[in-house]
Design a protein around this ligand. Sequence first.
Ligand SMILES: *[C@@H]1O[C@H](CO)[C@@H](O)[C@H](O)[C@H]1NC(C)=O
Ligand SMILES: *[C@@H]1O[C@H](CO)[C@@H](O)[C@H](O)[C@H]1NC(C)=O
Length: 350
Amino acid sequence: MAFMYISIQLFLIQILILVAKSKAKVPALIVFGDSTVDTGNNNQIPTIAKSNFEPYGRDFLGGRPTGRFSNGRVATDFFSEAFGIKPTVPAYLDPTYNISDFATGVCFASAGAGYDNATSDVLGVIPLWKEVEYYKEYQKKLKEYAGEEKANEIIREALYLVSIGTNDFLENYYIFPDRKSQFTIRQYEDFLIGIARNFIQDLYGLGARKIYLAGVPPMGCLPLERTMNIMDFHGCVEEFNNLALDFNGKLEGLVAKLSKELPDLVLLFADIYSILQQIITRPSKYGMEVVEVGCCGTGRFEMSYLCDPQSPLTCTDANKYVFWDAFHPSEKTSQIISNHLFKKGLAKFL
Ligand SMILES: *[C@@H]1O[C@H](CO)[C@@H](O)[C@H](O)[C@H]1NC(C)=O
Ligand SMILES: *[C@@H]1O[C@H](CO)[C@@H](O)[C@H](O)[C@H]1NC(C)=O
């Protein structure tokens, strides 16, 4: 009897899932941001912010480097799969894809980019405003390909994922004197928030109605920042973690305000910080072991061209590492983060 009850319950749950899936109206993922979500755009531009060589991508489908800053897939790929769309999100500038691929998912992100134009200038990558220009071009192609009405439906029902901000602080403000001489760190945060506001309003103006805006991670716990912390290699840089929390608070405030100001917009904040901090604090709970260094090379400073294909020091099992290189999460970490966010945030987009 009990067994019967359980199997009926299971059956009902399965039906519920099927109904939820058929109602799931997210026909496409549209991605903006930096190296956390770039799936290969930088391969096509002259910059040193690249990762289209080994050992990057060694655990990717087919074991090949793609320009993702990971041993495998990045969080947005897992999102796409979770929405039942496809296992990866192609890069807009990748010539091996065309609009028939991009109609269900497209990535405009560029490794090294920031909210601030000056940040993207540091490594000569695609600035955020240019990502938006590419998106406008995409809309035109989509209308030619799918017809005006269908294209407008995709634009309206698509989920827009945005992950950017860390480079503004770690690649720009704290390294170069320009912004530091103009702004205190709190003023700089507000300057970035102003850009974020305009960016979201622009996307809204172009037809976006479902936007998931990621905050910044515990920046002081990235292996590279630990390495720079010469007083204490093992500790996170508290100053950078506090900054991340402060900036995320302002982003959440912006999300709340814009949600009120812009009708029909579902705008949600993705709290990357908390879940990544949980993984860093208790890696064993997630089946991982190494937190302080990345898998590639010594794990202390290697990324991009410094992540050397010949390095004998690169770890054999990246799944045991929270970080793949000195700045970017391993595929395993990206998967845990996206599963977590999917469960927490997804329902509201359906
Ligand atoms: C896109 O590429 C595929 C093959 O890769 C081709 O069959 C298709 O016709 C192309 N579509 C467009 C709209 O160019
Ligand atoms: C960034 O550059 C673009 C293109 O030059 C410009 O339109 C935009 O106003 C700039 N953004 C800021 C915040 O200065």
